[in-house]
Design a protein around this ligand. Structure first.
Ligand SMILES: Nc1ncnc2c1ncn2[C@@H]1O[C@H](COP(=O)(O)OP(=O)(O)OP(=O)(O)O)[C@@H](O)[C@H]1O
Ligand code: SF4
Ligand SMILES: [Mg+2]
Length: 342
């Protein structure tokens, strides 16, 4: 397989730009005459840029809208509002040949390698399926060879092309999912918790494979995870989400060493630290209370019901993630500041 990146495509330039993306799922009542009585604000004004060749980690607790964001970008859900521009083209308003081209360029790896592969299809059929939808990607008669190349690229035996998913381990199945995502030579892969269902020992192997493929094919990743410790190794930048919004976004160093949002600081304080001296130096911030319902988020700052720094203004004025002179990266907090070492 030849790498995708062409010399005219500059590493670091913006490949995907997301502007104020919103997805509200209506809550309805009534059987015959359905009436909307509210909305689950799953994604509620998310903006970011993805740069060519980088990995953007997206982290947040369950239900904060990570998968909905991924599904919107894959056009599996229709946005309520907002824009996304892929390679300068409007992702949500494209149609016909242009939409096919954009879709081909952005693929997804799912969380659960046990349920995301059809058990009745052979591995060859699973990996080759994208070629049925985009026959232009595999010249006539070359499909089997292309599938075998893909198996080889992800570290599986090309001779296992006729086997079924149950004949593979979890890690191997996720490699099959990655091979399928690579088939159409996309430039962007959205990975929705690709290692969460795997044993810890296998997680590192799959992450290493993703990194190796990124270098080889010039890929850009959106890498979704629950947990800040999983994304650190792979991410160039990290976005921390809370209740449908980005709380803080920055480079790997800005987030892990100079986080300014209390939510990020709380998540970081719970990340296991291997060095016992460093462990003694830090104070764990215990978040109290449950995550509020996205159908009825708190006024002002959505994190205020669990924030130890909350003041009156936090209930009345929404903090926006803007660059401030004091903070080198955007943080949606009225009182954003680096947490002093304990
Ligand atoms: N099709 C849908 N209809 C109604 N509500 C939905 C739908 N899909 C998601 N939601 C709601 O939107 C919110 C965000 O869900 P989402 O799956 O995006 O979260 P997540 O961050 O991926 O969580 P997890 O870490 O558990 O995967 C949740 O409250 C969820 O119940
Ligand atoms: S704006 Fe207020 S409630 Fe929100 S994170 Fe900052 S201090 Fe906490
Ligand atoms: Mg999810």
């Amino acid at each position: 397989m030849t790498p995708t990146a062409s010399p005219t495509k500059v590493r670091g330039e913006t490949i995907l730009s997301v502007d104020n993306l919103v997805k509200h799922f209506p809550i309805t009542q009534g059987v015959l005459f359905k009436k909307q009585v509210g909305a689950v604000k799953a994604v509620d004004g998310v903006s970011f840029e993805l740069r060519r060749g980088e990995t953007l980690g997206v982290v947040g607790e369950s239900g904060c809208g990570k998968s909905t964001l991924a599904r919107l970008l894959m056009r599996l859900e229709k946005p309520t509002a907002g824009r996304a521009t892929l390679e300068g083209k409007d992702l949500f308003r494209s149609s016909g040949a242009e939409l096919r081209r954009l879709r081909r360029n952005m693929q997804m790896v799912m969380q659960d390698p046990y349920t995301s592969l059809n058990p009745r299809m052979t591995v060859g059929d699973i990996i080759g399926e994208p070629f049925d939808i985009h026959p232009e990607a595999a010249p006539k008669g070359s499909k089997r060879r292309r599938v075998q190349e893909l198996l080889d690229v992800v570290g599986l035996n090309p001779e296992h092309v006729n086997r079924y998913p149950h004949q593979f381990s979890g890690g191997q199945r996720q490699r099959i999912g990655i091979a399928r995502a690579l088939a159409l030579r996309p430039e962007i892969i959205v990975c929705d918790e690709p290692v969460s269902a795997l044993d810890v020992s296998i997680q590192a192997q799959v992450i290493n494979l993703l990194e190796q493929l990124q270098d080889e094919f010039g890929l850009s990743y959106i890498f979704i995870a629950h947990d800040l410790s999983v994304v650190r190794h792979i991410s160039d930048r990290v976005a921390v989400m809370y209740l449908g919004k980005i709380a803080e976004i920055g480079t790997e160093q800005e987030i892990y060493e100079r986080a300014t949002h209390p939510y990020t600081q709380a998540l970081l304080s719970a990340v296991p630290v291997p060095d016992p001296d460093a462990r003694d130096d830090r104070k764990i911030i215990r978040l109290t209370g449950d995550v509020p319902s996205p159908a009825d988020p708190p006024s002002g700052c959505r994190f205020r019901t669990r924030c130890w720094k909350a003041q009156d203004i936090c209930a009345t004025k929404e903090p926006h993630a803007v660059l401030r002179a004091a903070d080198p990266h955007p943080s949606a907090c009225h009182f954003a500041e680096v947490r002093p070492a304990a």
